[in-house]
Write a protein of this length. Structure first.
Ligand SMILES: Cc1cc2nc3c(=O)[nH]c(=O)nc-3n(C[C@H](O)[C@H](O)[C@H](O)COP(=O)(O)OP(=O)(O)OC[C@H]3O[C@@H](n4cnc5c(N)ncnc54)[C@H](O)[C@@H]3O)c2cc1C
Length: 504
């Protein structure tokens, strides 16, 4: 009997948008929600979603800002498509009633963030992701939801037949005519990450294991202004600097004006490196107050969290340091989110569409999530209605024991594979990764397995890229290549590559 189902894995904004659209198309959908929407990174998004909607703005200007931030690697045709379609989808969301902040006259209140030349960020106070997710979630009631973890993909001869999940200790196969993978990125390979521990990289690693290409995995964006309190990283949105906050060094001097013409609003990699080199910095909120903006009203969540940590940003400087924030590369996909595996669409932070190039422009990721969530459903609709699977092949069962990520390796990655890299450090991590691969205790589909594999992809691609561009900085190769080149790797190539680097 024909299989008409589509399975969506991941309950972040990209997965939610795909499910919303599939429901509208009337396609039977099974939604694997991991730990639920509140464990996604999407609910953590503070700053907002970028959309070229105002008359002072245009697709061309938004594209130009995206291309500049992306430092030569943005695929411009892809970016133009996402930016123009994104503005249309965001205006649809406004009409749907998503509670974006408004001015007293009822118009949309848009803010600015780093490397944006226009005010184009729609926001819901400083909890945009949560506001969007909780509002949109009610539109997908009635869709079948499965709480569980993805542990394997059912792939045969380059074609997806479904997924394997672990739910309540049982392993279950879910067959579908199309799989939409929306499991987020992977910044958990570093000690400090702004994201949720639920982003475990397993989805990306599995897709790549079965032959989907991983592109540009050396590009990891570090967010420059993260506050560390109670052992946890708490991001302080760029919108704070967009509204006027400045960065000071330990002597109380403003340093970003000497680093970049856009000062505090320079691209994130520039600000992150400037802070890293100084061993940290302080955020001064007082210029916002001087502009007459009510900080407690505009950034209530940030003020609340900092006060609970004993710092009043209205009176004191806030110490900040960069933390891993966004997985810029990912599974290479086409315009529709289709990966190199037939019937497997990958969307959101797990994917590499070409929009972000070597450095993501702030607030472009939520935009990409809504666009690719929409688009992936066109392909899924085609497979489910025009080319459904008619068979359920059997797939070998494996043990699927989980082992959590290794803390020491995260330390090595942070030290040698993070904000500033060099050949010596990359070689050191390569050797550490090889010893993990060779000790034999690396269960397939586990979080440790994904950590080793995806750290390996970042080290291999970072070794290959003997230049400095965007978020990838090699102090032994500070110049840029003349040509524009993406890195490509699949999981099966990683061990060999590490052996070459490690000199084994
Ligand atoms: C603190 C913070 C602030 C941010 N602020 C902004 C912002 O203001 N603007 C902006 O554009 N971007 C922002 N970003 C980036 C943006 O939030 C993310 O890129 C985006 O939300 C990713 O959405 P997603 O749907 O791809 O994945 P996610 O939202 O990460 O969701 C992934 C989903 O997959 C599930 N999952 C993962 N692994 C498995 C598995 N093995 N099995 C089952 N389920 C699994 C998770 O549980 C989760 O439900 C921010 C990120 C962070 C961390």
């Amino acid at each position: 009997m024909a299989i008409r189902d589509v399975v969506v894995v991941g309950a972040g904004l990209s997965g939610l948008m795909a499910v919303y659209r599939l429901k509208a198309l009337g396609i039977p959908t099974i939604w694997v929600v991991g730990g639920g929407i509140d464990r996604s990174n999407s609910v953590l998004a503070q700053g907002g979603i970028a959309a070229a909607l105002s008359p002072e703005d245009s697709v061309d200007v938004h594209l130009k800002d995206t291309v500049i931030a992306g430092d030569g690697l943005v695929e411009e045709d892809v970016a133009r498509g996402i930016i123009s379609e994104g503005a249309q989808i965001v205006s649809h969301l406004v009409h749907l009633g998503v509670p974006f902040d408004k001015n007293p006259d009822g118009t949309l209140n848009m803010t600015r963030e780093g490397a944006h030349s226009r005010r184009r960020i729609l926001h819901i106070k400083d909890e945009t992701g949560k506001g969007m997710m909780h509002y949109l979630f009610k539109f997908v009631s009635g869709v079948e939801k499965v709480e569980g973890r993805l542990v394997d993909l059912l792939v045969k001869d380059g074609e997806a037949y479904g997924i394997r999940v672990k739910t309540n200790g049982h392993t279950e196969d879910i067959y579908a005519s199309a799989v939409i993978l929306a499991t987020g990125g992977y910044t958990g390979m570093y000690i400090h990450s702004t994201g949720n521990a639920d982003q475990d990289g397993v989805g990306i690693a599995l897709a790549s294991y079965y032959g989907a290409v991983l592109r540009d995995s050396e590009f990891i964006q570090f967010h420059p202004t993260v506050f560390f309190g109670g052992g946890k990283a708490f991001l302080i949105t760029e919108a704070v600097r967009g509204e006027g906050a400045i960065l000071l060094d330990s002597k109380g001097e403003r340093f970003m004006v000497d680093e970049h013409p856009m000062a505090e609003l320079a691209p994130r990699d520039v600000v992150a490196r400037a802070i890293h080199r100084r061993g940290g910095a302080y955020l001064d909120f007082s210029p916002i107050q001087k502009k007459g903006i009510d900080i407690e009203e505009r950034f209530p969540h940030i003020v609340d969290v900092l006060r609970k940590e004993g710092i009043d940003p209205l009176k004191e400087l806030v110490p900040v340091y960069p933390a891993a924030h966004y997985y810029i590369g990912g599974i290479k996909v086409d315009w529709w989110g289709q990966s190199d595996i037939k019937r497997l669409m990958v969307i959101g932070e797990a994917a590499s569409t070409g929009l972000h190039g070597a450095n993501r422009l702030a607030s472009n990721s939520l935009l990409e999530c809504v666009v690719m969530g929409y688009r992936s459903t066109f392909r899924a609709w085609w497979y489910a209605t025009q080319e459904p699977h008619n068979e359920r092949p059997r797939f070998d069962m494996k043990e699927y024991k989980n082992i959590s990520p290794d803390g020491h390796l995260k330390g090595q990655m942070s030290r040698h594979g993070g904000i500033i890299r060099n050949g010596y450090g990359l070689r050191k991590v390569a050797r550490k990764l090889l010893s993990h691969m060779e000790n034999g205790n690396l269960p397939f589909g586990s979080q440790r397995w994904a950590q080793i594999m995806l750290s390996g992809a970042t080290i291999c691609s970072g070794w290959w890229r003997t230049e400095s561009r965007g978020a990838h900085y090699r102090e032994d190769y500070p110049e840029k290549w003349k040509e524009k080149k993406h890195s490509h790797i699949t999981l099966k190539e990683i061990k060999q590559c590490l052996e070459r680097i490690g000199g084994v």
